[in-house]
Design a protein around this ligand. Sequence first.
Ligand SMILES: [Zn+2]
Length: 147
Amino acid sequence: MPRYELTPEMLAELPRPIPYPTPTAQPFWDALARDELLLQRCGACGAWVHYPRRRCTTCMSEDLAWEAVEPAGTIHAFTVTHRPTAVVFADQMPQVLAIVELPNGVRLSTTIVTDDPAALRGGDAVVGVFDHADDRPTLLRFRPARG
Ligand SMILES: [Zn+2]
């Protein structure tokens, strides 16, 4: 038996890597828990900023405010993985790792929730899925808008 081959019971016992929000990013994670997507926008130049930062990546202003954004966009890029990035994800294969682009140009690293990864195409419309769990922050995944 290869060293990475674990029973489902063994996998369930392993700790999974989870996000640990920084103080700067806390409003983003708090919003996801409310089924809401908040992104930072610069009050000086209007640029959207993601991931959360203390300064605008365009003009270096500290005048950043949180704005609600519709969790919907298009698939900018994706790949279907059949080997887990970590052994604790072995029970989630295949997994669709993706970059979703929102209408405001912000791109989010995420996963696509689908039963048919082969049907996905770049540019497909997707909508947000707020993935709640008791033992970690809410994650924002996406699913095809058509189904
Ligand atoms: Zn700016």
